[in-house]
Design a protein around this ligand. Structure first.
Ligand code: BG6
Length: 475
């Protein structure tokens, strides 16, 4: 037991054991039934040798089979995203009834299977046509997002009780070039886009409460605790700066409608302050989330930047932090193991993160992503043995139970991912699912589904409401 207190994990009987995906990473059918192209479909920076998103896991055509598998897994919730470009193909023009009909069918299948739908309104896939008109840098995208959100909330809120506004807005701002959501990674522009996304989110939360008072809506940033490399006061300060900029800027705005003062100060020093118009403050202050959704994969460790750090360029991504000159510098945490992709594994940091969020905001938490990307293989006997994933998930679930024992209010846990899908920038070889999909980066093969060992393990976890996390899987 990793805790100094004698606490045993406790999960309420209505705890939502779920799993997650996002539209562009799992659906495929990239131009099916009137869908318009998104920035992801049009991106020209997919790393060489990795799958594109045109077919992905073909969930668009195979969702019925997939929902059957989710039901067999025992999922109580399925967190998916709605592709804006299926509903309004050019972002702000005609409504595509075929797109709405698709999600009707998916949601109905989930409800029939006893699985609670949890819908994300926007997961990285901005309509390309809106991008051509300035994307999130243009205030008209705020109107387009509210209109699209109203359409889907009106249509689906009778069956979808949980809504998420924007997935990982913080990662789009800080790592948009890696994720393929930003053309150039210019930070001043990114923070203007950020301000507009804040306004869009606030207007949509308010609209949602008006349209469907019984459903719940919340933000879905990536939140991670930040450690200082040493107790040196300037390292501790660097950790607070980074946390202000990656965590609290987003959650303070979503819950209190104000800019976090430390984050604002850094933005000012860096020349990143957005243009704020009269009336924006009121819009931001008038939105109240019902809960906080968050994604957690890794903790971060930083130190004070030193003169020799230079411009701090390097191959970072959402979960490997390089640094910001004059503010913080990412460093490896020698106490933590890493996964196959260099991401540090820190289950205790997960609990710390949950506690920090609960203590700051006092809103119930739904974990909408957490998981392990790995090079899974199908053995000669046709089985996918993924004990490393079971280990990772078991350790993180244990920490949720302990967080609950420490008073954190949790709604549920939706690990990434329900089924194999294409990673944001590292292809299909980086697999996360409980269900294996038979394809490679460049060969679509059968696209058949195969239950991994972790599938049977998670089935038992759900069945025992988190009491049995042991990794033994019958051979
Ligand atoms: C999160 C995203 O950043 O991490 C997901 O919300 C993503 O879309 C997940 O897939 C894992 O990251 P990656 O880069 O391995 O796909």
């Amino acid at each position: 037991m990793s805790s100094f207190l004698d606490m045993s994990p406790r999960f309420n009987s209505d705890f939502l054991w779920g799993a997650s995906t996002s539209a562009y990473q799992v659906e495929g059918g990239w131009d099916a039934d009137g869908k318009g192209p998104s920035v992801i479909d049009m991106r020209d920076s997919i790393p060489e040798g990795t799958a594109d998103f045109t077919v992905a896991a073909d969930h668009y055509h195979r969702f019925e089979e997939d929902v059957q598998l989710f039901a067999e897994l025992g999922l109580k919730a399925y967190r998916f995203s709605i592709a804006w470009t299926r509903i309004v193909p050019d972002g702000d023009g005609e409504i595509n009834e075929q797109g709405l009909a698709h999600y009707d069918k998916l949601i109905d299948a989930l409800v029939r299977a006893g699985i609670t739908p949890v819908a994300t309104l926007f997961h990285f896939d901005l309509p390309h046509a809106l991008n051509l008109k300035g994307g999130w840098a243009s205030r008209s995208t705020i109107d387009a997002f509210e209109r699209y959100a109203r359409i889907v909330i009106e249509r689906f809120s009778d069956r979808v009780p949980y809504w998420l506004t924007i997935n990982e807005q913080n990662m789009m701002v800080m790592m948009g070039d890696v994720l393929g959501t930003s053309d150039d990674g210019a930070m001043a522009r990114a923070y203007q886009e950020n301000h507009h996304m804040f306004l869009a989110q606030a207007r949509v939360m308010k609209a949602c409460h008006e349209i469907a008072p019984n459903v719940k809506i919340g933000p879905a940033p990536n939140i991670a605790c930040v450690y200082p490399e040493t107790p040196h006061p300037l390292d501790v300060q660097a950790a607070e700066y980074y946390s202000a900029l990656r965590n609290w800027l987003y959650l303070d705005m979503a819950t209190r409608g104000t800019y976090h003062s430390t984050a604002w100060g850094i933005m000012e020093r860096k020349g990143w302050l957005p243009e704020v118009q009269p009336g924006d403050g009121e819009i931001l202050a008038n939105a109240n989330p019902d809960f906080i959704a968050l994604n957690y994969y890794v903790s971060h460790t930083v130190r004070r930047p030193l003169a020799e750090d230079g411009e701090m360029e390097g191959a970072g991504d959402q979960h490997i932090v390089i640094g910001e000159p004059g503010v913080y510098k990412g460093v490896p945490n020698s106490t933590l193991p890493t996964n196959d992709f260099g991401w540090e594994v820190d289950p205790v940091g997960f609990r710390t993160t949950l506690r920090q969020v609960w203590e700051r905001y006092n809103l119930p938490i739904l974990v909408t992503e957490n998981g392990l990307g790995a090079f899974d293989v199908v053995d000669e006997d046709g089985r996918v043995r993924d004990p490393y994933r079971i280990d990772y998930l078991a350790q993180h679930i244990e920490q949720i139970g302990l967080a609950i024992s420490e008073g954190v209010q949790m709604i549920g846990y939706c690990p990434w991912s329900a089924i194999d899908l294409v990673s944001t920038h590292q292809g299909i070889k980086k697999r996360y699912g409980f269900i294996y999909v038979d394809r490679t980066e460049d060969d679509l093969r059968s696209l058949n589904r195969l239950k991994k060992d972790s599938f049977y393990w998670y089935q038992r976890v759900i069945d025992t409401n988190g009491a049995d996390l042991s990794s033994l899987i019958e051979s």
